[in-house]
Design a protein around this ligand. Structure first.
Ligand SMILES: Cc1cc2nc3c(=O)[nH]c(=O)nc-3n(C[C@H](O)[C@H](O)[C@H](O)COP(=O)(O)OP(=O)(O)OC[C@H]3O[C@@H](n4cnc5c(N)ncnc54)[C@H](O)[C@@H]3O)c2cc1C
Length: 373
């Protein structure tokens, strides 16, 4: 029987951060396994050989955070390419900024109408405020109510129905209500203090995190195939919690994506890195990768995302589906997990939560602090 001190299942962001902390802070040996044939989990990227463009294999990743601790932690392993994300959506055939803001207002409405709506918004809510649609809908003013309805239908509804595969009437108002109108001319998708992309790509940053000689990585290795041949003092599992327990209480559902990458014979195809299509086509968004690191080539690579249900063995688990039933099922698995000794569930799949990268890092750092010596 093979023996290891720490076994980490999953070489994604949560697994590598824990491995790095255990190795560098505690001087402990760590074995990371992953069933994929590469490191990095969903943040894996690679340079396309022909064009030199860095492509994100599992969809576009832009790092953004207000958490200085997370920023400082990752900055030990990468230089950053300063990057502020700008996302557009095609509404009525016109590209407008997302979140829908004062500039968007002026793009889709005639001048007089846009000015009237702008003045009413500023008067009622103030400048530089994000107002959830639900709140806007509740205002007694007919014009603002019209605006709320417009943004809800044009920006939110079609996109969400495609993304989650639900009927509009089944959409929870608490979800739709969160879509904001941004009373501002700030055209950035995020307003976080730190926004950037690793200068040499995510995979290079992951390689740097894994550089400690106490960390060993074995790829193409599924936990279920080795679990009876290995003994560990601690197990950190960043795979799906229901899979760990052999689905004995039922399956936790996920949304997945069919991502189609196309190479185009032109320098640029789009006006910016991400275009959303709430009203047209079967894909939700198209993403042009050369924008991220400002890479030059006379060709370009664009991905198109077709949301679909997760099916085991066919595609990847991308998004947990947060609703009451699923949360109940997850909690039941969590109760089972609490009965295990020295087994920790981590990351997006282990916690069944849609973590952004910064939240993934923060939760791994926090878990590390609580792990007994
Ligand atoms: C389409 C998409 C876009 C995103 N964009 C952004 C963004 O712009 N900004 C942002 O901050 N965040 C973004 N995220 C979130 C980000 O990807 C996650 O926060 C992060 O990758 C989570 O890391 P993780 O380690 O928890 O999971 P993962 O990256 O999924 O890693 C888990 C690893 O475990 C392995 N594994 C699972 N089960 C087993 C098993 N039984 N045996 C062996 N190995 C196993 C898997 O192969 C995988 O490599 C995005 C996510 C998606 C899906």
């Amino acid at each position: 029987m093979r023996k290891v001190k720490n076994l980490i299942v999953g070489c994604g962001l949560s697994g590598i951060v824990l491995a790095e902390r255990l190795a560098s802070r505690r001087g402990e040996e760590v074995l990371i396994i992953d069933r994929r044939n590469h490191i990095g989990g969903n943040i894996y990227d690679y340079k396309d050989k022909e064009t030199g463009i860095t492509v994100h294999q599992y969809g576009p990743h832009v790092f953004h955070t207000n958490d200085k601790k997370v920023w400082d932690y990752l900055s030990q392993f990468t230089e950053w390419h300063r990057f502020m994300y700008r996302v557009k959506a095609v509404i009525d055939g016109i590209e407008v900024n997302i979140p829908f803001n004062l500039d968007s207002l002026h793009k889709v409405f005639p001048k007089d109408m846009a000015e009237k709506l702008e003045n009413k918004l500023i008067e009622k809510f103030g400048f530089n405020k994000k107002i959830p649609i639900l709140e806007l809908r509740q205002s007694k003013d007919k014009d603002l109510e019209f605006l709320a309805e417009y943004v809800y239908k044009k920006v939110f509804l079609g996109y969400t129905v495609k993304q989650w595969g639900v009927k509009p009437e089944d959409l929870d108002v608490s979800v739709s209500g969160r879509v904001p109108v941004y009373i501002s001319r700030d055209n950035r998708y995020f307003q976080d203090t730190y926004q950037a992309i690793p200068q040499n790509g995510y995979t290079k940053m992951v390689e740097n995190i894994l550089k400690n000689p106490l960390i060993k990585v074995e790829l193409d290795t599924d936990f279920k195939d080795i679990k009876n041949q290995i003994e560990y003092e601690r197990l950190f599992f960043s795979g799906a919690i229901d899979e760990y327990f052999n689905y004995e209480l039922g399956r936790l559902p996920y949304r997945s994506l069919d991502i189609e990458f196309r190479k185009h014979n032109c320098e640029y195809l789009q006006s910016g890195p991400q275009i959303n299509f709430p009203e047209n086509y079967d894909y939700t968004r198209s993403v042009e990768y050369k924008y991220y690191l400002d890479e030059k080539s006379n060709k370009t690579i664009v991905s198109y995302e077709y949301p679909c249900p997760y099916e085991e063995g066919k595609n990847e688990r991308y998004y947990p589906i947060p609703d009451d039933d699923n949360q109940k099922l997850y909690n039941q698995y969590l109760n089972k997990a609490k009965e295990l000794k020295n087994v920790y569930f981590i990351g997006r799949l282990g916690d069944y939560k849609y973590y952004n990268m910064d939240q993934t890092v923060a939760s791994a750092l926090e878990l590390f602090e609580g792990v007994k010596k």
